[in-house]
Write a protein that binds this ligand. Sequence first.
Ligand code: ADP
Ligand code: MG
Length: 252
Amino acid sequence: MSTVQFLNVHKSFGQVEVLKGINLTVEEQQVVCLIGPSGSGKSTLLRCVNHLEMTTSGAITVGGRMIGYDVYGDRLREASQLEINRRRSKIGMVFQSFNLFGHMTAKENVMFGPIKLLKMSKKDAQAHAEELLKKVGLSDRMDNYPSQLSGGQQQRVAIARALSMKPEVMLFDEPTSALDPELVGEVLDVMNQLARDGMTMIVVTHEMGFAREMGDVVVFMDNGVIVEQGDPHEVLGNPQHERTKSFLAKVL
Ligand code: ADP
Ligand code: MG
């Protein structure tokens, strides 16, 4: 069963087409790493999965359901914001900038979604948050505010917060790019663990080591198209296309 499917996805901003017919299948429990130069459309592709952008044409399905459409096949509009929020909650997203609520502690950040959207009781949400924060190695930081945490710790809270909604898939958009180099490892370790636990993940990353070790598939995007995709050792070790070769020469 495929979890996320992109079928001839196009996306334009005004006259500028930034996704030019993306076809990609992400199977359940797969880790797909998306690499490519800045401006190639990687973030836009993730944002379309999470209803942060609407595709111009083509379709995206998650767990067999079409993103951006209701059960009658009509486009979800702003009026359906509640429905969009409900569906978005099943798709965990972690951004480069951690985006935590600054006025809430780590634990409150992780409790917020389940209480607000899943209507979980405060007691259950608290127990669940504690469990997740423990999982990301932050048992001793639960009552700290984001400003009292390092970037790596904040990003781990952000991961726990996304997991609190029991997502079907996790999307990561350069989750370690804003971190000091010595903090990258602790976030990658948490992502490694998630992958080993069987989470379906799409990861935009410049961490080629992670892509090689954890990726089931590496996808190289350039200028709005998928140039090549396949086994990480093949794509990274023996790229077939000039554009992939020249990109890898710069980052490896
Ligand atoms: P990447 O994540 O690979 O760096 P992006 O998806 O962020 O690429 O951007 C792809 C292209 O789309 C870029 O040229 C960017 O300027 C453009 N773009 C992204 N978001 C918008 C927007 N909201 N309005 C107009 N252009 C956008
Ligand atoms: Mg980006």
